[in-house]
Design a protein around this ligand. Sequence first.
Ligand code: SAM
Length: 291
Amino acid sequence: MKDIATPTRTKEILQKYGFSFKKSLGQNFLIDPNILHRITETAELTKETGAIEIGPGIGALTEHLARKSKKVVAFEIDQRLLPILEDTLSPYDNVKIVHEDVLKADVVNIFQSEFSDLQDVMVVANLPYYVTTPIIMKLLEEKLPIKGMVVMLQKEVADRISARPGTKAYGSLSIAIQYYMEAETAFIVPKTVFMPQPNVDSAVIKLIKREKPAVEVDNEAFFFTVTRASFAQRRKTILNNLTNQLPQGKMHKEQIIQALQQADIDPSRRGESLSLAEFARLSNQLYPIFQ
Ligand code: SAM
């Protein structure tokens, strides 16, 4: 049987079920088996690995995951795809489809019941582009015991996730993700491998969970508050952003200046020039003031 992801087989399946794409659900299906090989290679799956997929669509990536890993659990929000998946994935007995919005699903519980016997579990997905960041952040913040993620998303978001300090793409999203994960862009993907073609360029990123977070902070939530505040207005200095954005920041201006000095950060610098280590020092100095 030909791969689901070949253009002819995809068209046949869509026609057979009279399926029409829902733009609002970010439905851009992959129609190039080569890209799927590259995604699964990047994820370094083995027959001992578990795979979590978000949005299997008609099963293009799912079948590659089923062939290369021990077990696949895939979350799909669109009910119309369930009978199609049952048909296209019938040759594989190691796939479980969960009909749920991944943002509402109890992923921790599902993880425990499906993957407790497996050492390594990877999230591998061609993400729906309207919710890429909330999905990645949910999986990170719930501290799902995964090894990492290999996901396709908009190139612009991939650039922001893997950006280094001092670059235009570097911001609070880079920090939120790099705090937990080593991040790199694995490869760029042309629009032509999708049906229908999206309006933006795409990229596959590889995120591997660090053994412990990149930096030590006294309070994680406050660390993220400080980083978000520091990038609120990119052209403003870090001092300006902190006084304007932190709760009652203006009242605490003198203390903020002191905290910056103690963290060895010039108050006239911009947020985009600070490394994770500098943000950690700064938030640890500010925490007692805003606690
Ligand atoms: N994996 C397929 C492929 O590569 O051809 C389809 C990828 S398509 C970009 C995204 C898929 O995610 C669609 O099947 C869509 O219905 C599904 N989806 C969208 N929002 C979702 C959500 N909140 N939870 C679960 N699945 C979702």
